[in-house]
Structures are given as structure tokens and as C-alpha cells.
Design a protein around this ligand. Structure first.
Ligand code: CTP
Ligand code: MG
Length: 201
């Protein structure tokens, strides 16, 4: 299996208050932790997208950053793992689950998911319009794994924004399956997330 890795470490960090690429967890910059994770998961070459030493330039949207990462990896790879630098607690066990499912060879994408914990409401301003059935909802994490050529084609197929790369493949009609994620695989989104993540590390 030829496997490449992309760490997405660009973006503006608007909710965090500053760019997140250089933020350290356990004394190690998050982009470096993410790189080690993908290497440990079997990625032969890992590209970091963002303003870090050796990194390639990010794009305006996450999907643009991923496109830059794919261009830097070049063609010829069978599979690619894509991981948020902002998820510093992702374990090799978790990444291994994604790779093992990908390795079975019957799907285009594999994503780790966790159940949604809170009751979800549809709201309009202050007003509650209804409650969403949670049983068929899941929260997506990274690392996500894809057939490289299918993701490249999905990138070409449309230019709309996407929350993650799986969404591009879903829209293009490809097959994406889930594996169990890890509730501890939190993302640094707001400043207060960092304290929780340090406590869990
Ligand atoms: N990311 C990226 N390029 C972008 C946007 C996001 O590489 N144009 C990366 C971030 O570095 C992060 C991951 O995608 O590792 C998840 O994005 P998010 O947590 O939303 O980071 P930001 O977009 O920087 O934060 P915000 O949405 O609050 O501005
Ligand atoms: Mg964002």
C-alpha cells in the first residue's frame, strides 16, 4: 500500500484568536505531533501545509490547503491520510484503525466518528423549532484516509466549500465509511480547549 500524509496546519484560527500551527502541546508543536502520527501510521511521505519549517503554503479554505498538499505529494500514491494539526491527541491506535479499513480496498474514504453527546436543536435565533434525531448523526474527526485518485477527482468535481475531505467524495458519489473515533481526539478550536487537551494528554 503506497500511503502519503497531509497535515493541515494553515487557516486563520479565528475562533482561537491566532494561528494555531505553532501552538505546543506537551512542549511539542502540534504540526510536529501530527507529522509523527502520520509517519507512525505508515505514511512514507508527509507534507505539512502551513507556515511551519518545511511547510507548503496554505489556501484560503481548508480544501484549498489540502489541494496544495496533494500537489506537493505529487501523483502516484494509492492512498492519502489527512490530519488536522489541531487534533494533537489522535492516537496511533486510531490512525491504525483508519489505515486498516482503507487497506481492505473496497471503499474510497474512511473517517473516524464519535456519537453526538448533546441533544441537538434546530433553532432560528432564540426560538427552538425542533429536536434533531441524533441516532443517525455522528461527529467526524481526523485522520481521514482516502484513495488518492478519487479525492483528486472529487477536488476537480466542484469548488464549493467543504467541512472535510470526505464531504467532497460524498458529493461526488464516492463511498465513505466510518470507524470508531476517540472522544479524547479533541480539536483545538477555542482557547479553552488547550487546557482540556493538556489535562487529557
Ligand atoms: N486548515 C487549513 N487551511 C485552512 C483552514 C483550516 O489547513 N484554510 C486546518 C487548520 O490548521 C486545522 C484544521 O484545518 O488544523 C481544522 O480547521 P480549524 O480548526 O477550523 O482551523 P482554522 O480554520 O484555522 O480556525 P477557524 O475556523 O476558527 O478560523
Ligand atoms: Mg476553520
Amino acid at each position: 500500500m503506497s500511503l502519503g500524509g497531509i497535515v493541515v496546519a494553515a487557516g486563520r484560527g479565528e475562533r482561537f484568536g491566532r494561528t494555531k500551527a505553532g501552538v505546543e502541546v506537551g512542549g511539542i508543536p502540534m504540526w510536529q505531533r501530527a507529522t509523527r502520527l502520520l509517519e507512525a501510521a505508515g505514511a512514507g511521505r508527509v507534507v505539512v501545509v502551513g507556515e511551519v519549517p518545511g511547510g507548503v503554503a496554505g489556501g484560503a479554505r481548508r480544501r484549498d490547503s489540502v489541494a496544495n498538499g496533494m500537489a506537493a505529494l505529487g501523483d502516484g500514491l494509492e492512498y492519502v491520510l489527512i490530519h488536522d494539526a489541531a487534533r494533537p491527541l489522535a492516537s496511533t491506535t486510531l490512525a491504525g484503525r483508519v489505515v486498516a479499513r482503507l487497506r481492505r480496498g473496497d471503499v474510497d474514504g474512511v473517517i473516524p466518528v464519535v456519537p453526538v453527546r448533546d441533544t441537538l436543536k434546530r433553532v432560528a435565533g432564540e426560538r427552538v423549532e425542533g429536536t434533531v434525531d441524533r441516532s443517525r448523526l455522528a461527529a467526524a474527526q481526523t485522520p481521514q484516509g482516502f484513495r488518492f485518485a478519487v479525492l483528486a477527482a472529487a477536488q476537480e468535481a466542484d469548488s464549493d466549500d467543504a467541512g472535510d475531505e470526505a464531504a467532497l467524495i460524498e458529493r461526488a458519489g464516492g463511498s465513505v465509511v466510518t470507524v470508531p473515533g476517540d472522544p479524547a481526539n479533541l480539536k483545538v478550536t477555542y482557547p479553552e480547549d488547550l487546557a482540556v487537551i493538556e489535562a487529557l494528554r
